[in-house]
Design a protein around this ligand. Structure first.
Ligand SMILES: O=C(O)C(=O)C[C@]1(C(=O)O)C=C[C@@H](O)C=C1
Length: 307
């Protein structure tokens, strides 16, 4: 039975997403305290894959995940899931809103309920934990008065109760998760795929614009660009790009070839089916057929088959 890592303990949104991503595999899910630890277990081959959060529609990128994907041996995403997020306020029985002095949760969760906390628990001290369910576990252990947790957390902490449900400053908030593995056979192209990569470019006039032009010239839709500091040199950044298409598609392969030439370094982070299954729109000049016939034409010219 394949073992799959996730950000634990049991009852996180990541666990829920990882169950969805591995449905039908008969996988055993293994909790880790942090995303980097989960990814290291994949690198060492202790687990087959890891489910990790990458981005939230309210709070943006999960930087711990992005950073952990750029260090050590490369890993690639093979599947994507989108999960709606709303939170419960969990407490020990008998606790009332007025008696809450501390509220614990993952920083990304706390950021998504900032408005609710300001209105309902203005005097409570906010404490960051490694995950939403780590917050719930700490409340069960008596360390904090309350936790902002995933609705599924209650199943795992039966000594707690839901004081308030459906908490969210933004009603339709969504978090995006990836299933990440060691490099190997890529998922088959489906026509509705996303490719992710991370590129470091030199600090010179126009390099970012030129990198993006390589995509737009080939009609490739960029769905996300994010920069993170390179860390060991001030003022230098790595760019995370997500765009429509699969590395097996001619236009994507052609764009990656160009990026590899232009950038100081490029790390491929995977080509995988998009969770929402919306097909990529491909202009006629960027179609497989257009790439094939023009490459054939160049070959014919080189071989002297055309005048
Ligand atoms: O703590 C959890 O439950 C997680 O799965 C992490 C995480 C995140 O990193 O964004 C996942 C979804 C929610 O947006 C809040 C927290």
């Amino acid at each position: 039975m394949p073992h799959i890592a996730y950000l634990g303990p049991a009852g996180t949104f990541t666990e829920q997403a990882t169950r969805q991503l591995t449905e039908g595999f008969g996988a055993e899910l293994v909790p880790f305290d942090t995303v980097p630890l989960a990814l290291d277990a994949v690198r060492r081959g202790e687990v087959l894959a890891a489910g990790v959060p990458v981005e939230n529609s309210v709070e943006g990128s999960v930087n711990a995940t992005l950073d952990a994907l750029t260090v050590d041996d490369p890993l690639v995403a093979v599947q994507e899931a989108l999960l709606p997020v709303q939170f419960d306020l969990l407490v020990r029985p008998g606790t009332e809103l007025a008696g809450i002095r501390t509220v614990a949760s993952h920083p990304h969760a706390l950021a998504q309920v900032r408005g609710w906390l300001a209105e309902n628990l203005p005097d409570a001290e906010v404490r960051a934990t490694g995950s939403t369910s780590a917050g719930a576990a700490a409340v069960a252990a008596g360390e904090f008065d309350s936790a902002i947790a995933a609705p599924v957390a209650l199943e795992h902490y039966p000594s707690l109760e839901r004081l308030v449900g459906g908490i969210a400053d933004v009603r339709d908030a969504v978090t995006r998760f990836l299933l990440v593995r060691r490099p190997g056979q890529l998922p088959e192209p489906t026509g509705a795929d996303r490719t992710s990569l991370c590129a470091v470019i030199s600090d010179e006039v126009g390099t970012l614009a030129e990198m993006l032009t390589e995509l737009s010239l080939r009609g490739i839709n960029l769905s996300r660009i994010e920069s993170r500091p390179i860390k060991d040199r001030f003022g230098e950044y790595r760019f995370f790009l997500d765009f429509d298409g699969h590395v097996a598609d001619a236009r994507i392969g052609d764009a990656l070839t160009a990026l590899r030439r232009r950038c100081s370094s490029v790390r491929f982070l995977g080509s995988y089916p998009k969770a929402d299954r919306t097909p990529a729109s491909v202009r006629p000049s960027a179609s497989e057929q257009a790439f094939r016939s023009s490459a054939q034409w160049v070959e014919d010219v080189r071989a002297g088959r055309l005048a």
